[in-house]
Unconditional design. Sequence first.
Length: 363
Amino acid sequence: MPSKIDSSPQYVGRFAPSPSGQLHFGSLVTALASYLDARHHNGQWLVRMEDIDAPRCLPGVDSDILLTLECHGLHWDGSVLYQQQQHTRYQAKLDSLLADESAYFCACTRKQIKANGGHDNHYCRDLGLTAQAETESASDTRSLAIRLKLDCQLDAFNDGIMGGVDKTGALSVVNSVAHSTSSGLVEAERHTVKRSNNSNSNDDSIGASGVTPLSTAPEDVVIKRSDGLFAYNFVVALDDEYQGVTDIIRGSDLLNVTPLQRAIYRSLGCYVPKYGHIPVAAVSPGRKLSKQNHAAPINNKNVLENIVNGLSFLGQGDYHANEFEDATQLLTMAISRWDRKLVPKIAEIIVGKHESTYYSHPL
């Protein structure tokens, strides 16, 4: 059950799942790490339902996610924020950005962006386009995307778990991939955090893994798509500012886009949270557990075992499920013992294939 929010917290963390599928082991580990870090610092822990991309969201999954969190003793503060209920706030900010010329309409098509190597070249920045533009083939009109001007530079930062990260999103030190075994973590091979090869366009939101920074000068990013949907990075920054989020613990697969996301926060005039990235759970190198690869949903009947496995994954020592009466007792001890320094500084950890129902062939 939700608990009451402190009016002046020093630390505000958040877990923000997308209701496009049920929680799997990897997402539970992220929730657990975020929760423990917040509670260890006597902070708030919020839950946000990132349902901005409504066509991808499944009915009832949000309730399933919240039930799994509660079953595992991961009780959040305040009310759950649903992005689909925040459109008025997002649009007000968008209108303000357009009014002061911090954002602009962009008519570039997928074809044009692809011809430019998959990147925006600021072609529409000074054209003064309005919300509609003529198509190339007819006299009718089509909706345009809206881009945010990013005149700031990408910068290096210190990750609270991984350490130094340069302005391209690469770790200062190349770390290893590890395999999870019954006796703990065993290093297997050299591995770097992989960068996404996806390019952004007017028709796609700048998703959590949809941008590859090319240099210290970022391209202008889409904040509202031509199909009328608000873009992921835009609403996330606004929501973190709105909710007063100070610290974000999340998977290392998002590390490479963090410098760009930090630039977006700054350009929107938002507070830039502190970040800590943990290893992702994968069934083989480069193939993380995800809803898209049919990761097995968390079994709420094995609460203590799930938490113990998550703590082991996070390098927090040996816990045994039979020594605890319930999740609350186990989490109370885990909060007191939580140590960021013990989290493996690696991109991913290979877990048992039973965690996924799709592992025989790559996607």
